[in-house]
Design a protein around this ligand. Structure first.
Ligand code: DSN
Length: 418
């Protein structure tokens, strides 16, 4: 970063500080990962200088000789990796991608059905504070209180009653396998478009560690930076060509201007990386690690939503431990264990001070950590949380000790790209 250091040493120092922080921390945020050096390099290229409104072969600016090739490569790699006929790699991120799905299929006021935010859905699946909940008519499904899992009979009942035009499955805090065929059957029965939001599990789907929505969902929306381990970006895909034009038009000119070409190139690189056997092994290990960590936490008396996990994500309720999710997440962060506080289904507390914590294993698995390290991390989480429940003084001592041990562990597992 020699140019950055001389032009803007302040920003250069802050970037270095963030790099150090990421290296020294056990990243357990379920939606984050570490991209490869190749992905980082692609994002920092001259492609950022170019405007390319439109699509390959039909742009509104000249000079697309190279950009067209890059975007076509990204599209072809997405189609081949996920086994779809159509891919659009231009959405800036997950929320704009989902908004494009509304733009393609709905008119303002139409009914959309999605998982409620407190149950693990996403804001853009029709939650009240989102434009999607204000401009459309949202109806919601959740999970059963006794199982912590989606009840497909209940989903069907709501769909038959409310007749949504669009149904979202998937979300941000779902530790269990999404039953795409069952959602597809319900969508067909009520004549709705089914959108599978696989943002969290895209890498697992690509690596064969979670069933694919291809052949079931009409549209598949995903970010590219979570388990898929690409740059911050998103894609919209469709099994068939039927909806290709509507989706493309919704992204541009419906919602966006010029695509971020440097991101498109980095998405292409990430998709190439995700098509390797090494990535398949990574995806399997992400799940094995999450299951080992879940078992460790369960054995230590943690209340896991749905009792465990089928994917990369674990959600637990700290109510039985006698503290809230926020103070626990803050204490864990001071110990070098980075998580986020999260609502749990039927939470009686507010989203900014909820009962739960959400963790995931995509980042730690990218560093090469395995089951033994997951057990250690589970023990640390328990030690910090238990100490915090006893009071701040007790906690400070334990946090200091755990932090020193975390630094020792992270030094043995260098993160990709750093
Ligand atoms: N912010 C993402 C997550 O953490 O799951 C969803 O948008």
């Amino acid at each position: 970063m020699s140019s950055l250091s001389s032009v803007d040493p302040q920003i250069a120092e802050l970037v270095k500080a963030e790099e150090r922080r990421q290296a020294d921390t056990v990243k357990l945020i379920a939606s984050e990962n570490y991209v490869s050096k190749a992905v980082l390099e692609a994002t920092g290229t001259v492609l950022t200088n170019k405007y390319s409104e439109g699509y390959a072969g039909k742009r509104y600016y000249e000079g697309q000789q190279v950009i067209d090739q890059i975007e076509t490569l990204a599209i072809d790699r997405a189609k081949s990796l996920f086994g779809v006929n159509h891919a659009n790699v231009q959405p800036y991120s997950g929320s704009p991608a989902n908004l494009a799905v509304y733009m393609a299929f709905l008119n303002p006021g139409d009914t959309v059905m999605g998982m409620g935010l407190p149950f693990g859905g996403h804001l853009t699946h029709g939650w009240s504070v989102s434009a999607t909940g204000k401009w459309f008519n949202p109806v919601r499904y959740g999970v059963r209180k006794d199982t912590g899992r989606v009840d497909m009979d209940e989903v069907r009942e709501i769909a038959l009653r409310e007749r949504p035009k669009l149904i979202f499955c998937g979300g941000t805090a779902i530790p269990r396998t999404i039953d795409f065929p069952a959602f597809a059957e319900i969508a067909r029965e009520v004549g709705a478009v089914l959108a599978a939001d696989i943002a969290h599990i895209a890498g697992l789907v690509a690596g064969g560690a979670h069933p694919s929505p291809v052949g079931h969902a009409d549209v598949i929306s995903t970010t590219t930076h979570k388990t898929l381990r690409g740059p911050r970006g998103a894609m919209l895909m469709a099994t068939s060509d039927e909806h290709a034009t509507a989706l493309n038009k919704a992204v541009f000119p419906g919602l966006q201007g010029g695509p971020h070409n440097h991101t498109t190139a980095a998405i292409a690189v990430a998709l190439k990386e995700a098509s390797t056997d090494e990535f398949k092994a990574y995806a399997r290990q992400v799940v094995l690690n999450a299951q080992a960590l879940a078992e460790e936490l369960k054995g230590r008396g943690f209340d896991l939503v749905s009792g465990g996990t089928d994917n990369h994500l674990i959600l637990f309720d700290l109510t039985p431990k006698g503290i809230g999710g926020k103070p626990a997440a803050q204490a864990l962060d001071r110990a070098g264990l980075e998580t986020n506080y999260n609502t749990v289904p039927f939470d009686t507390r507010k989203p900014f001070d909820p009962s739960g914590i959400r963790i995931g294993t995509a980042g730690v698995t990218s560093r090469g950590m395995g089951v033994a390290e997951m057990r250690q991390i589970g023990a640390w989480i328990d030690q910090v949380v238990t100490a915090l429940a006893k009071g701040e003084d007790e906690a400070e001592h334990v946090i200091g000790r755990v932090h020193a041990e975390v630094l020792e562990l992270t030094s043995q597992f260098p993160a990709p790209g750093l």
